[in-house]
Design a protein around this ligand. Structure first.
Ligand SMILES: Nc1nc2c(c(=O)[nH]1)N[C@H]1C(S)=C(S)[C@@H](COP(=O)(O)O)O[C@H]1N2
Ligand SMILES: [Mo]
Length: 321
């Protein structure tokens, strides 16, 4: 098998990248030897992680691949961890990598409540550790018209939420992220209304593509990428994936989201990647994959249409942008 090295990976980053590719290649061969069983959906068929998150030595070790993986070239770890949007640490792409280390991430608890029968406040280990972790390689498309391919470590959000027994009034899921102005210098600015809020419709939250991410490149999630736990929704623009979440609430009404509140015309509730709906001031029909020289055409639902288009049948997606 030919393993390509993206040209934007400096020598210091190649070890991470190569280790990750080699590990996955071994896993894939092992899976073939074991038969097709392991390649399908692994959720529930494999033992849950059980160990602490992040793992004591920072590395997750061998995890099974997801059936949703893209085989496109990975974006370098350096770009994924050095070019971020995380406005709690500032609005420049380099601010998160510079300031996010100040954020304490342990102990960390997530409160799950609202329209559900079993509300609870649980540690990250407890929240995520009951479901089998997987490597999930996803396309990641920012509304600012750049994109990446990111190898996440995570669990399906739906498998986590079920345990709290959402009731029949739970039509949406609202997320709140950390409010900690002492450690988050960007929260002294009024660019967004803090803490950051996001939300999904319940069927979007339960969709098997929607992930709770706890790592990337096989290692613990760096703070700038949303440690210790963040949401990842690959068919939506990046801002629908809140980082460092502390609260999950099941609601009957569509929740208010931070970006929509700040710029209602630009950021709708759905925010599905859609080349036909421009989000002023950026055209959404093209994107630049970080590391590429040329732009490429943006795909509807970020290329995940086969999996998610049915969620929106009958909806006018130029109105529900
Ligand atoms: N708490 C919080 N989550 C956030 C943001 C933020 O500013 N604060 N930015 C969003 C935006 S605009 C994007 S594009 C993605 C970027 O994720 P990444 O830095 O891991 O690539 O995070 C999203 N989640
Ligand atoms: Mo974004």
């Amino acid at each position: 098998m030919l393993i390509k090295k993206p040209s934007d990976i400096p020598p210091s980053e190649i070890t991470d990248y190569e280790t990750f590719r080699r590990r996955r290649e071994l896993m894939r061969r092992g899976a073939v030897m074991l038969g097709a069983g392991l390649i399908g959906s692994t959720t529930g068929t494999l033992p849950a992680w059980g160990a602490s998150i992040p793992p004591d030595d920072g590395t997750f070790g061998d995890l099974p691949d997801s059936r949703f993986n893209t085989d496109e070239d990975l974006t370098s770890r350096k770009a994924i961890t050095g070019y971020n949007n995380y406005y709690e640490f500032g609005t420049s792409k380099s601010d998160p990598a510079r300031y996010a280390d100040q954020m304490p991430t342990s102990p960390w608890h997530v409160k799950v409540h609202g329209e559900c029968d079993k509300p609870a406040t649980v540690s990250v280990d407890d929240l995520v550790g009951n479901v089998a972790l997987e490597d999930r390689i996803y396309r990641h498309r920012c509304v600012e018209a750049w994109s990446m391919v990111i190898p996440w470590v995570g669990v399906p959000l739906g498998a986590v939420l079920k345990r709290f027994k959402p009731n029949s009034r739970a039509k949406y899921v609202a997320f709140t992220t950390l409010y900690d102005p002492q450690h988050m210098p960007g929260q002294h600015s009024t660019v967004l209304d803090w803490p950051y809020h996001e939300g999904l419709r319940i069927d979007e939250a339960m969709h098997p593509l929607t992930l709770l991410g706890v790592g990337l490149y096989g290692k613990a999630l760096p703070n700038q990428n949303g440690a210790p736990v963040r949401v990842v929704v690959p068919w939506k623009y990046g801002y629908k994936s809140p980082k460092s979440i502390v609260e999950i609430r099941f609601t009957e009404k569509q929740p208010v989201t931070a970006w929509h509140k700040a710029f209602p015309d630009r950021y709708g509730f759905y925010s599905n990647v859609n080349p036909d709906v421009d989000t002023v001031p950026w055209s959404q029909s093209y994107e630049r994959r970080i590391g590429d020289l040329f732009k490429r055409k943006t795909e509807m639902f970020n290329g995940y249409g086969d999996q998610v288009a049915h969620l929106y049948s009958g909806m006018d997606l130029s109105k529900h942008y």
